[in-house]
Write a protein that binds this ligand. Structure first.
Ligand code: ADP
Ligand code: MG
Length: 317
């Protein structure tokens, strides 16, 4: 199977509802941006052995490759429109391609996001997606608009994906279908929540590298500090029964949650608390932004918890 047949078989052919021209020409053409909107564009690269285990199910990989990009749109309050797919493949494995594209298109269909182009080459398995969405001008949930005094919220319980990674790395693989594996393999990008937070939240970021690390990014960009009340941080039930320090490390510093972390003024508190996620549940208020720089994590008695050992993931460190 050649390059063009591969593209047509596994990635082409879906009817377009939004784009004017999709796969097959030198460029895709997108039109009909809603009046008063700007484009939101983001790219994520997934490399085998670095961002996913080599033996991950191809359908899960297809899902997750798009999910991490949709999560970036969610974190801006943007509505998905289209994406492109750059693929490096070591060989043409039709079973793998069928699985990968099924997972990819399953999530794309849920969010009305169209594949409009890409590039395909031979090489070590690498997946690069660029996603395009739209957001009303002035309403994007940027990292740099947090204010001291804002409440700090997280969309859903944390730590399960990192727990699945930890078990896997220690050789104690969790059974397939375990809730922690589902959280790692098929994250649910919080697109509807991001859109609902327009006009309510001041700042937002999606949690890919761990709560404390990503909160640090938001704080630096907004020139504020933060207080996190550890007893208020929702911890995923899959972590029940683990040693307290392990639960805390996974929830505060584990990565791959793809939940939203956002700040909103106290005046918006009741409206935020009433928001509902698709699977049930509501955002949890876990602390506040403060004027003094730095992040302090407090225990139930208001005493600071030492978090020096909880550094966020950095690819070049
Ligand atoms: P060009 O040489 O003009 O860059 P290509 O030959 O690489 O075009 O690709 C042919 C068409 O197939 C283009 O429209 C491109 O966007 C699309 N395409 C290539 N690879 C993929 C892919 N993995 N997924 C979706 N579309 C793809
Ligand atoms: Mg090309």
């Amino acid at each position: 199977m050649g390059e063009f047949e591969l593209i047509a078989t596994y990635f082409g052919g879906a009817p377009l509802a939004r784009a004017r021209l999709g796969i097959g020409d030198d460029c895709a053409l997108l039109g009909d941006l809603a009046p008063g909107h700007c484009l939101a564009v983001s790219t994520d690269l997934l490399v085998a052995g670095r961002h996913f285990f080599d033996d991950v199910a191809p359908a899960d990989l297809g899902w997750k490759s798009l999910a991490v990009n949709l999560s970036d749109l969610a974190a801006m309050g943007a509505e998905p429109m289209a994406f492109t797919l750059a693929l490096a493949l070591p060989s043409v494995d039709e079973g793998w391609l069928a699985g990968f594209s099924s997972g990819l298109f399953a999530l794309a269909a849920r969010h009305g996001c169209e594949l409009v182009g890409g590039d395909t080459t031979r090489g070590p398995l690498t997946i690069g997606i660029t996603i395009i969405g739209q957001v009303p001008v002035g309403q994007a949930l940027r990292r740099d608009l947090g204010q001291a005094g804002d409440d700090l919220w997280v969309s859903a319980p944390l730590g399960a994906a990192a727990y699945a990674v930890q078990q896997r790395l220690s050789g104690q693989r969790l059974p397939a279908g375990h809730p922690a594996c589902c959280r790692l393999d098929r994250p649910e990008p919080r697109v509807a929540l991001g859109v609902a937070l327009r006009g309510l939240a001041h700042a937002a970021i999606d949690l890919s590298d761990g709560l404390l690390g990503d909160l640090g990014h938001l704080c630096r960009r907004s020139s504020v500090g933060a207080r996190v009340d550890w007893p208020e941080v929702p911890v995923h039930p899959a972590l029940e029964g683990l040693a307290p320090h392990t639960r805390r490390r996974l929830a505060l510093a584990g990565g791959d949650d793809y939940e939203l972390l956002f700040s909103a003024p106290p005046a918006a508190r009741e409206r935020v608390a009433r928001l509902r996620l698709p699977g049930g549940g509501s955002p949890a208020r876990i602390g506040a932004l403060v004027a003094e720089p730095g992040i302090r994590v407090l225990d139930a008695d208001g005493n600071p918890i030492d978090t020096d050992d909880l550094a966020a993931f950095d690819h070049f460190r």
